[in-house]
Write a protein that binds this ligand. Structure first.
Ligand code: UD1
Length: 350
């Protein structure tokens, strides 16, 4: 056994895939999750796939006493911190919720880690921390200037981790700045299952593919890109999960705080994603071009070279793998982790 890792938000999309990668790498994994936007079924699937137990603690990191009880009753060698809110538009409408949850919960966690001598933290950050108008590809030393409360809450946590490093805190940390994680475990039994109406492109495309939504609205085709649609650096969630396992290893010897991009370095347009998904699904993905979504940068993709240098990591899977694995998951689990189709239940209630 390599050690015992606490994964906050481990019932969520990236969290659950990372739990699987951790268990397969020989770690003992405990999950803490408040299940606000996640499913206990995801943790069960991790157990089924790995054949190993994963303990789920349903609690909120804002509950200091419950958190203290968890740390007092367990031994952790490190923490991977995914738990948080991640919807940009919601963060603009409800900024206090985002500051309280994303920053407040993290300070609670850091204090519990300090009190109990847990010295390694992998933090789930985002490419949203970059100034969207800065030079491409985004490198870790690009100007940091997020344009919404969600991004600012992520950057604030990075700053806190930097302050701890400056103060000589024993907490060694790494912030992984995700570009656009998509895809699913190749078995098709673990994948992304957002509660309610999804906001992100791939879950919307997949719901169209299985008939839960009628079409994808393409948010603008008049951007200054080759086909007029926005370009993003989509990255397979299992590659992201693998990077977390490597990040834990990196923290065995690294000091202070480090920030590292997780991307492929390759940009794909919305139309390219629709085409790749159509190829995976075997039929076209219905779509209509609509207006731009406020706050969308035309192009975003990573320079992933620091991850290769520090973690020995590079993305192994391409866009067609991402679409094929997403569809395998969605087709086998059209209602996600066992939830009824919202469309069907509202029809049967009427
Ligand atoms: C978004 C967030 C980002 C967050 C990430 C979490 C914004 C501006 N950014 O990234 O901060 O970290 O989600 O996963 O919200 N698109 C469509 N139609 C749709 C949905 C999306 O055309 O119905 C387009 C978008 O314009 C964008 C691309 O698809 O160009 C990807 O969108 P999305 O999956 O929401 O990711 P980001 O906006 O890159």
């Amino acid at each position: 056994m390599k050690g015992s890792i606490l994964v906050t938000g481990g019932a969520g999309f990236i969290g659950s895939h990372t739990c699987l990668a951790l268990v397969e790498a020989g770690y003992e994994v405990s999950v803490v999750d408040n299940l606000r936007n996640s499913h206990p079924g995801a943790v069960e699937r991790v157990e089924q796939l790995s054949g190993q137990p994963v303990r789920l603690h349903v609690l909120d990191l804002l509950d200091v006493e419950a958190l203290e009880g968890l740390f007092r009753g367990s031994h952790f060698d490190g923490v991977i911190h995914f738990a948080g809110l991640k919807c940009v538009s919601e963060s603009i409408d409800q900024p206090l919720d985002y500051w309280y949850t994303n920053v407040g919960a993290t300070t609670n966690l850091l204090r519990a880690m300090e009190r109990h001598g847990v010295g390694r933290l992998v933090f789930s950050s985002s490419a949203t921390v970059y100034d969207p108008t800065s030079a491409l590809p985004f490198r870790e030393d690009n100007p940091l200037s997020p344009i919404n409360p969600y991004g600012r809450s992520k950057l604030t946590v990075e700053r806190i981790l930097g302050d701890l490093a400056t103060a000589g805190s024993p907490t060694r940390s790494i912030s992984l700045r995700y570009f656009n994680p998509v895809g699913a475990h190749e078995s098709g039994t673990l994948g992304e299952d957002p509660l309610g109406t999804p906001n992100n492109l791939m879950p919307i495309v997949m719901r169209v593919a299985v008939g839960r939504l009628p079409y994808v609205t393409v948010f603008g085709d008049d951007y200054p890109t080759a086909d007029g649609t926005c370009v993003r650096d989509y990255i397979h969630v299992m590659d992201v999960a693998d990077a977390h396992v490597r990040a834990l290893g990196f923290l065995e010897s690294a000091e202070g705080h480090t920030a590292v991009n997780l991307g492929t370095g390759q940009g794909s347009s919305v139309f390219e994603v629709l085409d790749a998904c159509a190829a995976a699904v075997g039929r076209p993905i219905a779509h209509r071009v609509g207006p731009r979504r406020p706050g969308d940068a035309p192009v975003s993709f990573a320079d992933p070279s620091l991850a290769l240098k520090l973690l020995g990591w590079r993305a192994e899977r391409d866009l067609s793998d991402m679409c094929a694995d997403s569809y395998r998951w969605q087709a086998a689990n059209p209602a996600g982790f066992g939830s009824p189709f919202p469309e069907l239940s509202s029809r049967s209630n009427s």
